[in-house]
Design a protein around this ligand. Structure first.
Ligand code: ZN
Length: 308
């Protein structure tokens, strides 16, 4: 039965739960805790899928044989099939993650070289005085635009701005944008995004959904906005996003910027109770299935294979 429960849990955590969580509005108040909850959903879904694969052959053996027949060859086949099924899931996930990490790092290294080459040094130095410790690159561009390119180690990351950003934003807004991008680099938000992209690619197409990846990406933006707000104020961060949103049709910022802007203007900030509750839910998602399904199954199944 453990196998069926775990398979059901994996499906629920891969489909309906992400759909509900992606639509939830309360997560915007506590983006850090909400990201941890998303990570817990992902970990619990993978553990449930692996657990289900491990338990399925043993469950089949129970249905097809009498207790005294569960020895020798049938038992060895069941254990072998369980190991192969669970191994396939883990190997696929690890392979996708490694491949993605290698490709992303290669692409980023090229990107860093390119922005270093194309950057307008004199403008970078002028802006650089706004915040020490940030490696800034200013590119020619008629649309206000800012992004960051993570480095191999923290300080190698670049914050990239267009010339139009410097012309459009006031000094406080510019500082808020730089704080936002630096927060992405300092907290390695790219690694969180990479984990969800890998999971998305590794899941079978039927149960795969973009919701988790997109929702986490938006929450990471909100988390970086909060860094800009806490250092330079709500008005500076909102003013900068407003300038980006006005140019969104051309720059492709889309609805995400508008949503972030609304959130800052509404002064959305989560309370400690909501954050604590969200962290608790994240822990429960991983612990409860382990205690209620996996441990009873192991207690029951391990003696069958001679482990006591
Ligand atoms: Zn950002």
């Amino acid at each position: 039965m453990a196998s069926v429960w775990l398979a059901g849990l994996a499906l629920v955590l891969a489909g309906p739960v992400p759909a509900l969580l992606a639509r939830a509005r309360w997560t915007r108040a506590v983006p850090r805790a909400a990201i941890v909850l998303w990570q817990a959903v992902a970990v619990a879904a993978v553990l449930a899928a692996v657990g289900s694969a491990l338990a399925a052959p043993e469950a089949l053996l129970r249905v097809l044989t009498h207790p005294q027949e569960r020895t020798g060859a049938p038992l060895a086949v069941a254990v072998g099939v369980a190991a192969v099924l669970a191994g396939l899931i883990v190997v696929r996930l690890v392979a996708v993650l490694v491949l993605l990490a290698v490709r992303t790092r290669k692409r980023r290294a090229r990107h860093r070289d390119m922005v270093d080459l194309l950057a307008r040094a004199e403008q970078g130095e002028a802006v650089g005085s706004l915040r020490t410790g940030t490696v800034l690159r200013v590119l020619d561009g008629a649309v206000p635009f800012a992004y960051c390119v993570p480095g191999r180690v923290g300080r190698e990351g670049r914050v990239v701005l267009t010339g139009a950003t410097l012309e459009t934003l006031g000094p406080h807004e510019l500082s808020a944008v730089i704080a936002h991008e630096q927060a992405h680099l300092d907290a390695r938000h790219d690694l969180v995004r990479e984990g969800f992209t890998a999971l998305h690619k590794a899941f079978p197409v039927i149960v795969r959904s973009r919701e988790a990846r997109d929702a986490v990406a938006l929450l990471l933006e909100m988390l970086a906005d909060d860094a800009g707000r806490s250092r330079h104020g709500d008005d500076a961060m909102a003013g900068a996003l407003d300038a980006f949103a006005s140019a969104s049709d051309r720059a492709g910022y889309g609805t995400d910027v508008v949503e972030r802007l609304d959130r800052i203007r509404a002064r959305v900030r989560g309370g400690r109770a909501l954050a604590a509750g969200t962290y608790l839910a994240a822990v429960a998602l991983v612990v409860v299935p382990t205690v209620t399904i996996v441990i009873p199954w192991l207690t029951d199944a391990l003696p069958t294979v001679g482990v006591r």
